[in-house]
Design a protein around this ligand. Structure first.
Ligand SMILES: [Fe+2]
Ligand SMILES: [Fe+2]
Length: 474
C-alpha cells in the first residue's frame, strides 16, 4: 500500500502509513511499544523524565509543517511512523536495473541484504541514545540540554522508522530483529551494538558535539545513500529521517564552533595564551577529539574495496550521495585510484568503480567535514587566534578497511607500530582528557546562562530568545 500524506495523530502510534487499515501490523507494533518505552526508561536520558522539554514533534510530513514545538515530557513524546509522500512513479536509481520501477515490496533475492542494511542502520539509533544518557547532568545550558533531548527523542523515532519496515516487510525475522534492537547495549561486552563507533563512550559534551558533528554526519550519508534505494518504502522513510538529521548535525557543528570560539576568547584573555588556565578547553584537546571521532566515523562507511558495496549498488539497494547528480547510474566502467599498502609501502591501486562505492560515499563525507573545518578556521582567524584545526588523514587510526592494522600519522604517513604507540596519546583522546573534561563540566540550568567553556549560540530555537526556559527544571 502507498502511504498517504494524511497523518493519524490520535492513534496510539501516530503515522501516515495507514496503520489503522492493517490491524495485524498495528497489533504487532502496539506490542512492541511498551517494550520500547521500557527500553527508553532504562536506557534513555537519566533523571529528566518529569521535566517538560521544548521539543518539536512531527505532526505532518508536508514541507515546513512537520515540526511542531511545545513543552513535552520525554516519555510522553509522540514517536510516530512517517514516510515522505510519493510524488511521481518512483524508479530504481542506480545499478543494473536503473530506470526500472522501484519495488514496493522486498524482492526475494535481496531480502537478506536489505534486512541487514535496515538492521545495521536501526541499531545505531538506540545506541546513540544509550551513549548520551548521562550528559544531561553536565549540560552547559538549558538551550544545550534541550538540543540533547531533541536529538535523543528523534533517534528514538528513527528506531521506530526502521522497526516499522522490519515489521511490515520482513515477517517473523523482522519482528525478531526488532526485539533484538532493544536488547543490545552500547559498549556491552556480551551484547554490544553492531558498529564500533556506537560502542565508544561519550562521556562529556566535547564528545557529544564531536559525535553529532562526525558520527551523525556519517548517518546523514548512509541515509542519503538509502534514500536512493530501489526499495521505495526504505527510500521514503530515510528521506524523512534526513529532515530530522539536519538538526543533529547543526547541534554538533555549531556546538564545536561555540567551543572553538570560546577557547579563542580565553586564549586572548590569558597572558600566556593558556586556555586551560582560564577554565576552557585547549585546542590540542579539541584537535585530539576531532581526530578520535572523525576516524571512528570514517570506519562506518565500510571497506574501501568492497564486494558488498558493489552488490548493493549493482542491485539498486543503495546509491551514491545525490545519485541524480551523476550521469552514469550503472558505473560498470571506470576505476577509482586509491592509496594502498603493499609490501610495507604506500602505493596506489586502481579499483573497479562499483567496488569502490564505499570510498565514493566517504569522499562526499570528507568534503563536507572539510567545509566545516574551513568554517571553524575562519572563526579562529577572525578571533585573532594563531591556532588552526585540521582533519587527520583518512588512513589514520582506522579499525575497518584496508588501513586497519597498519599505522599512520595523522598526516597519513606510514609508520611502525612502535612509533605510533609512542605518539598515540598526543593524537587521540586519552582517559586523562576525559577526567579533565568531566571535572570541567558542571551543569548550568539557569535560563540564558552558559558554562565558561562554551560561547552562547547566535539565536534560540524556533524564534525563542536565548534565555527562554528550554527545559523546565522545577
Ligand atoms: Fe538517527
Ligand atoms: Fe542523528
Amino acid at each position: 500500500m502507498i502511504a498517504t500524506t494524511s497523518v493519524d495523530l490520535n492513534a496510539k502510534i501516530p503515522n501516515n502509513v495507514g496503520l489503522a487499515d492493517d490491524p495485524k501490523l498495528q497489533r504487532a507494533l502496539e506490542k512492541w511499544l511498551p517494550n520500547y518505552l521500557e527500553w527508553w526508561h532504562d536506557m534513555g536520558p537519566t533523571d529528566f523524565e518529569d521535566k517538560p522539554v521544548f521539543l518539536r514533534t512531527a505532526i505532518s510530513v508536508e514541507r515546513g509543517g512537520w515540526a511542531n514545538y511545545a513543552h513535552v515530557r520525554m516519555p510522553d513524546y509522540r514517536w510516530g511512523i512517517f514516510l515522505e509522500p510519493n510524488k511521481t512513479d518512483p524508479t530504481i536509481k542506480c545499478g543494473d536495473d536503473a530506470g526500472a520501477p522501484a519495488w514496493q515490496d522486498v524482492p526475494g533475492e535481496h531480502r537478506n541484504a536489505l534486512r541487514r542494511i535496515i538492521v545495521t542502520q536501526a541499531d545505531t539509533e538506540p545506541a546513540s541514545v544509550e551513549q548520551q544518557r548521562l550528559l544531561g547532568h553536565m549540560a552547559p545550558s538549558l538551550y544545550d540540554l534541550r538540543n540533547l533531548f531533541q536529538v535523543n527523542v528523534e533517534e528514538g523515532r528513527h528506531l521506530w522508522a526502521m522497526v516499522y519496515l522490519l515489521h511490515k516487510y520482513f515477517g517473523r525475522d523482522g519482528r525478531d530483529e526488532a526485539d533484538e534492537l532493544l536488547l543490545r547495549r552500547s559498549g556491552d561486552e556480551d551484547k554490544p551494538r553492531i558498529l564500533g563507533a556506537f560502542n565508544q563512550p561519550c562521556d562529556h559534551w566535547l564528545s557529544f558535539f564531536a559525535f553529532t558533528m562526525f558520527t551523525d554526519r556519517d548517518g546523514k550519508y548512509q541515509l542519503a545513500a538509502l534514500a536512493e534505494s530501489g526499495f521505495d518504502p526504505l527510500a521514503r522513510t530515510t528521506r524523512f529521517m534526513l529532515t530530522e538529521e539536519a538538526h543533529h548535525l547543526f547541534v554538533g557543528e555549531t556546538g564545536l564552533g561555540r567551543i572553538i570560539q570560546r577557547s579563542a576568547e580565553l586564549q586572548k584573555i590569558d597572558s600566556n595564551g593558556d586556555v586551560r588556565a582560564q577554565g576552557g578547553i585547549d585546542f590540542d584537546l579539541i584537535q585530539r577529539t576531532i581526530n578520535y571521532w572523525y576516524t571512528y566515523s570514517l570506519d562506518l562507511f565500510g571497506g574501501e574495496i568492497s564486494s558488498n558495496a558493489s552488490t548493493f549498488f549493482a542491485s539498486g539497494l543503495k546509491g551514491r550521495f545525490r545519485e541524480d547528480n551523476y550521469e552514469d547510474h550503472k558505473a560498470i566502467e571506470g576505476m577509482y585510484r586509491m592509496p594502498v599498502v603493499e609490501s610495507g609501502k604506500l602505493t596506489e591501486q586502481d579499483v573497479p568503480m562499483r567496488n569502490a562505492m564505499n570510498e565514493v560515499l566517504r569522499d562526499s563525507y570528507v568534503k563536507d567535514c572539510e567545509r566545516a573545518l574551513g568554517k571553524w578556521n575562519k572563526l579562529l582567524e577572525e578571533a585573532g587566534s594563531p591556532t588552526r584545526l585540521t582533519l587527520p588523514s583518512r588512513r589514520f587510526h582506522r579499525h575497518q578497511g584496508i588501513y586497519a592494522g597498519q599505522f599512520f600519522t595523522p598526516g597519513g604517513e606510514l609508520i611502525s607500530e612502535d612509533q605510533y604507540r609512542a605518539s598515540e596519546d598526543k593524537w587521540l583522546l586519552v582517559p586523562e582528557d576525559n577526567d579533565y573534561l568531566v571535572s570541567l563540566m558542571k551543569p548550568v540550568y539557569e535560563p540564558g546562562k552558559f558554562a565558561n567553556w562554551i560561547a552562547a549560540p547566535r539565536k534560540g530555537i524556533d524564534g525563542q530568545p536565548i534565555d527562554f526556559e528550554y527545559v523546565r527544571m522545577d
